[in-house]
Design a protein around this ligand. Sequence first.
Ligand code: SF4
Length: 221
Amino acid sequence: MDKKIKLIFSYIEKLFPNPETELNYSTPFQLVVAVMLSAQATDIQVNKVTAKLFKQIKVSDDLLTMGLPIFEKQISSINYYHTKAKHIFETAKIIHNLECRMQNEKKKKYKNGIPDTLEELMKLPWVGIKTAKVVAHILYDKLYIAVDTHIHRVSNRLGLVKTTTPEKTSELLEKRIPDSYKHLAHHALVLFGRYYCTAKNPKCEGCKLKSICLFYKKNHV
Ligand code: SF4
């Protein structure tokens, strides 16, 4: 295995053992809603809103019963709530219809009626490649690495990739990182970027990756 990758992940794993998403959810449908709400919003903001919302909404049916106007009001503290409410509500309708049409075997495979392929997930309104990869990875253990701003920054700083867009970073990380590290990679790199290798004032002095970090070398010569 690539020594650099081993060094990076064994260090990050020590800093953040058993990393997981910081979005709160207890059902697959709630995960989809939380991930869709998290676009251009922090996990803290989303968790604040979903603390109350998820007591009422467990599956797509619950959201349809609640109705769009009440749902929109409940998420109104989140960025782009109007657009998000509309798209999440449409998504709930599609998922509900999919679930109704599914035979028993498929129902067992598809959690809360949520598809397990990127192609199917991306047919849902406003679900882009990143959201689809997060959902497929968390719900169905698919070996994707969804890349947000934190992973994109950290991966470039450490020289895991040399890219200008998160999409390209995701593509290259999925090729470079061995399958055995892929589950760890997404959540561990997000947390490392969020709390350690931050955009401003990263904790470089205490960081054990200094010796291989391109960003550190560039700024400390
Ligand atoms: S040395 Fe600094 S920039 Fe490099 S990985 Fe560590 S915290 Fe991030």
